[in-house]
Structure formats: C-alpha cells, structure tokens
Design a protein around this ligand. Structure first.
Ligand code: S3P
Length: 186
C-alpha cells in the first residue's frame, strides 16, 4: 500500500454463504491490505454477538449499528472490506461504501450458499429456516436488484474455490482505475 496514494477499498457484497469473508481474507493477504468485516466491527463496538444484538435490539437495532460501522470503515481507504449480507439494502450504506471503494458482488446458487453456511445459529435471519436453500433463494430473489445496482462487478462463485474467486476479483481490480495502488497492480 502506498503511503501517499492508497487504492480505493475493495468491498465484497452478497448473501450469507457467498464467501465474502473467506475470499476477503485471501484478497487482503495478496494485496497486503488490512481486512475488515463489518459484522466484526459491529460486534466489537457493541461488545456482543450479532445474534445477541438481534435478540436484544431487533433487526432495526442491528441495522443502525451496521450503518454506523459502515460509515467508520468507509472513512478509510486501502482496505479489503466484507459487509454483512443485508448491508447494501440501505442506499445510504451504498453511498458511503462507494465514496471510497468499488463494490464486488459474490453470487452463488442457493444450494451452494446453503452448503457453505455452516452455522445458522450465528445468523439470525436463517436460524428458523427448515429449508435453508429455500430461505436463501427467497432472500436472493428479494435482494438481487439491490445487489446488482450496487455492484461494479459480479462474480459467480458456484463451483469455484475461494482462491479462484480471489483471482477473478484481483484480475478485475487491476483493470479498474484507482482501485489498486500502483505497486498493487504489478
Ligand atoms: C445478514 C448477514 C450477516 C449478518 C446478519 C444479517 C443479512 O452477515 O450481517 O446476520 O441480512 O444477510 P454475513 O453475510 O457476513 O453472514
């Protein structure tokens, strides 16, 4: 990362199970950038888990905290950022994230998403689902337009390893003016 001219943030968006955190860590390693997951920021600032925040404050309380975390994260450049799956449903969050970054949608079919979501207990929006793939298909249908409107690029992760997805994101990022610092494009 250049001290004088850090690149813009690479911001990964998409549903639970899309691989935002796993791919984000790989990208951050390759670019030698800090990796930030906004769910982690929310949990650190609240001193409690996403599940406990939903239980105590409802989804509305969580979204308020998430928006505050996004404002703070978007104030810095030169990071790889993963946001929670519902973050870009709020247009203000998209505006904030776009101010300092380019958004990349990681997509996958619902069966793939369901297979990757190992722990529904930590994901309140999935906790009550009998049919996990069905619930994810429902969320995907309602969110797809917002995801695609927010994203500058989208990558289908179905049948691809995290390393393959990271390669695709990186190849795209190299073509995107200002996203990577000069030395990151080499
Ligand atoms: C949510 C996704 C979760 C977390 C919260 C709500 C959503 O993040 O923010 O449980 O609305 O899709 P991940 O996408 O990182 O699992």
């Amino acid at each position: 990362m250049s001290v004088l001219q850090p690149g813009r943030n690479v911001v990964l968006i998409g549903l639970m199970g899309a691989g935002k955190t796993t791919v984000g860590r790989l990208l951050a390693d390759r670019l030698r950038r800090p990796f930030v997951d906004t769910d982690d920021v929310v949990e650190r600032e609240a001193g409690s888990s996403v599940t406990d925040i939903f239980a105590a404050e409802g989804e509305h309380g969580f979204r308020t905290r998430e928006a505050a975390a996004i404002r703070r994260v978007a104030a810095l450049r030169g990071q790889v950022v993963a946001v929670g799956g519902g973050a870009v449903i709020d247009p203000e969050n998209v505006t904030q994230l776009r101010g300092t970054g380019d958004l990349v949608l990681l997509d996958a079919d619902p069966d793939t998403l369901a297979a990757r979501v190992d722990d529904t207990a930590t994901r309140p929006l999935l906790a009550a689902a009998d049919d996990l793939a069905g619930r994810l298909a429902e969320l995907r249908a309602t969110r797809d337009a917002a995801y695609r409107a927010a994203a500058a690029e989208s990558v289908d992760t179905t049948g691809r390893s995290p390393a393959e997805v990271a390669d695709l994101v990186l190849a795209w990022a190299r073509t995107r003016p200002g996203l990577l610092a000069r030395e990151e494009r080499a």
